[in-house]
Design a protein around this ligand. Structure first.
Ligand SMILES: *[C@@H]1O[C@H](CO)[C@@H](O)[C@H](O)[C@H]1NC(C)=O
Ligand SMILES: *[C@@H]1O[C@H](CO)[C@@H](O)[C@H](O)[C@H]1NC(C)=O
Ligand SMILES: *[C@@H]1O[C@H](CO)[C@@H](O)[C@H](O)[C@H]1NC(C)=O
Length: 275
């Protein structure tokens, strides 16, 4: 009994008498705090913060309740608005080249902006509310697909972010998504050669007369201002183009937007295995 008691006392004394070990404990904590700050910064891409921090008003909870009840009284989200003009953009957050499979895995923030005239209101009647944030499943949304998907069943794996509806009827939706796309790689022949990888988007069912497609804010590039540089490749150029096709069957135009990046491996980086 006594021996065990003494042994315990010694162990406790050693723990308390070792200031170094408590310093060791403090270090991982401060490292952790830094890590948290860094990832929090990365999780808030600057463009989106600017986008959302408009000087909007949302009124009181009663204003919003009345607004949503009125707006959605006769709204049928299964029905598309007439003549939709979708402004569409891609913000590249992360990408990874799977060279054995000729694929690119990417994390992106998509930007959808269009008008739904059924969702307009006079802000004065709702306590000045000019913007409302709602679950995106409440409204009709364009059926944009990734045409060069390498995983069609799981084509655009997106978090169902809230949608922003402005009193003008403008809708803004920015879902973060993960996707796998085909690219034609020649890395096996020229490991340091230039490669082009693209993401090609368009409506799956609507032609260009019913759903027109153009670049968000007119910007014919992928937004790379929030790119996390971990891929071992550098981006040499970054451009997008709109294609309009006519098929023999039909008089309607079919539109797609293709966002390309031209990349090149950074020497030495291929030895570092990521993910
Ligand atoms: C388009 O996007 C690029 C890359 O994010 C940015 O540098 C450029 O200023 C943007 N141009 C316009 C007209 O918004
Ligand atoms: C990634 O980092 C490398 C090395 O620091 C740099 O040369 C390259 O331009 C960076 N690429 C991007 C897309 O920022
Ligand atoms: C994007 O890449 C595809 C396939 O390599 C090519 O056909 C298309 O012309 C490219 N477009 C732009 C704008 O670079």
């Amino acid at each position: 009994m006594n021996k065990i008691f003494i042994l315990c006392a010694v162990i406790i004394a050693v723990i308390y008498a070792a200031p170094d070990s408590s310093l060791d404990l403090a270090d991982p904590v401060s490292t952790l705090a830094e890590t948290v700050t860094t990832s929090a910064q990365l999780a808030l891409p600057t463009t989106e913060r600017r986008e959302y921090e408009t000087s909007d008003e949302q009124g009181t909870v009663d204003d919003r309740t009345k607004l949503v009840a009125t707006l959605f009284k006769d709204y049928d989200k299964k029905i598309n608005p007439d003549d939709v003009k979708l402004m569409f953009g891609v913000s590249l957050i992360d990408f990874h080249i799977l060279e054995d499979k000729d694929e690119m895995e990417s994390s992106v923030w998509l930007r959808y902006s269009w008008q739904d005239p059924r969702l307009k209101w006079n802000a004065d009647e709702y306590g000045g509310a000019t913007l409302i944030r709602l679950e995106s499943d409440m409204v009709w949304k364009p059926d944009i697909a990734l045409f060069n998907s390498a995983d069609p069943v799981n084509m655009m794996n997106c978090w169902n972010a809230n949608i922003l509806i402005y009193s003008t009827g403008k809708i803004l939706w920015v879902p973060p998504c993960k996707m796998l796309s085909w690219c034609h790689l020649t890395l096996h022949r020229e490991p340091y050669g230039e490669q082009v990888c693209g993401l090609k988007f368009g409506s799956w069912t609507f032609d260009g007369d019913k759903l027109d497609l153009d670049f968000y804010k007119g910007n014919k590039t992928m937004d790379v201002s929030d790119l996390i540089n971990t891929s071992g490749f550098e981006i040499l150029s970054n451009k997008a183009e709109q294609t309009t096709k006519f098929y023999p069957c039909c008089k309607e135009p079919y539109r797609d937007l293709m966002f390309n990046i031209t990349i090149k491996r950074i020497p030495g980086e291929e030895l570092i295995k990521k993910w």
